[in-house]
Ligand binder design. Structure first.
Ligand SMILES: [Zn+2]
Ligand SMILES: [Zn+2]
Length: 349
């Protein structure tokens, strides 16, 4: 089927309107009309080839909310008219131990990214949510529960699940002491989700400028990481620190903040980190970990949790033709806290 969207043609040019083919739906596929598409920092990195594996033309977008407009002959989970969501992956082997546990993001054979990845059957490069339609096998679509605001749900599919998953892995609940480093797209979701789970949430920031925002998002307090006295007083006072900083940075100031057996989990930076001192890790049996997105089952759990608890990302709605300005503003961290594209603004070229 013919569809259209916006694509990066190379690493230096702005995104431009782009017409392309989606595969004809297979028996287990649903066809979605995309209603909203979140703008993730990865989209910007991929468009500019920052990770050196971009295949052009690139149609980014892996925070996708839409409506089913057609189903394959063997689809059982969805019917035409259902509201569904797709995140960062559209396929995996569904046969290995990890897929069997509902951890398709950790598939032994690799999951298939929603964009810039070879389709497991045809080898065609996948294209993401900055487009009018998406064709996806039903196992990789989630249901949008009734009552969840469609226009704000899209960022849950990457920023949401990326922060929800480690909170679940480390059993955050009432009484957990959770720190969040960085208050961007990921960080603001980590704060909201941890607070909704009943945790005591502290935002770690270099200055007091974020205090008002942190409290408004549901944090209990702000800890200023440049305040040596406050950092000293906060030693051994966290069970989990969610580190959402998306660039290379130094962990030494944060590790002593963890209690015995506490974990600092990296979810933001994809790439090199500064060297760190092992002493606080050894002495306090502290851990540094990483975590990617979550599996499909957990993503559905997140959507249901957010509907039940009324947890929604703070979004700024843009038109499709504003994407290049949005990228520029994201580079300056000038967004509170996630751009979402209203795909009704996307017209055929
Ligand atoms: Zn993302
Ligand atoms: Zn697998």
């Amino acid at each position: 089927m013919k569809t259209y969207g916006f694509a990066a043609i190379d690493a230096r040019e702005p995104l431009v309107p782009f017409t392309f083919e989606r595969r004809a739906p297979r028996a287990n596929d649903v066809v979605m009309e995309i209603l909203y598409s979140g703008v993730c920092h990865s989209d910007l990195h991929m468009a500019r080839n920052d990770w050196h594996w971009t295949v052009y033309p690139l149609v980014p977008g892996h925070e996708i909310v839409g409506r089913v407009i057609e189903i394959g002959s063997e689809v059982t989970r969805y019917k035409v008219g259902d509201h569904v969501a797709v995140g960062c992956m559209v396929d995996s082997c569904l046969e290995c131990d990890q897929c069997g546990r509902g951890e398709e993001q950790l598939c032994r054979k690799g999951n298939t990214g929603t964009y810039n990845a070879p389709d497991r059957i045809t080898g065609d490069i996948t294209r993401g949510g900055y487009s009018k339609h998406l064709v996806v096998r039903e196992e990789f679509a989630c249901r949008i529960p009734d009552g969840l605001d469609l226009s704000r749900a899209a960022p849950l599919l990457c920023a949401g699940i990326t922060t929800y998953s480690p909170l679940r892995t480390w059993n955050v609940g009432p009484g957990s002491r959770v720190g969040v480093i960085g208050l961007g797209g990921l960080g603001h979701m980590a704060v909201k989700l941890a607070a909704a789970m009943g945790a005591e949430v502290t935002v770690l920031s270099r200055s007091s400028g974020k205090a008002e925002d942190a409290l408004a998002l549901g944090a209990d307090k702000l800890l200023i990481s440049t305040d040596a006295e406050a950092m000293e007083a906060a030693q051994s006072s966290f069970d989990l620190i969610v580190d959402t900083v998306p660039v290379k940075h130094d962990l030494d100031p944060y590790l002593p903040l963890l209690d015995v057996d506490g974990t600092l989990v990296i979810v933001g930076q994809v790439g090199p980190m500064s060297a760190f001192n092992s002493v606080p890790m050894l002495l306090g049996r502290r851990r540094v970990a990483g975590s990617p997105i979550g599996g499909i089952r957990q993503t559905q759990e997140l959507l249901d949790f957010c509907a039940r608890k009324n947890v929604l990302p703070d979004v700024e709605m843009i038109r499709m033709d504003q994407i290049n300005q949005a990228f520029d503003r994201m580079e300056r961290s000038d967004v509170r806290y996630r751009f979402v594209i209203d795909m009704a603004s996307l017209q055929a070229a």
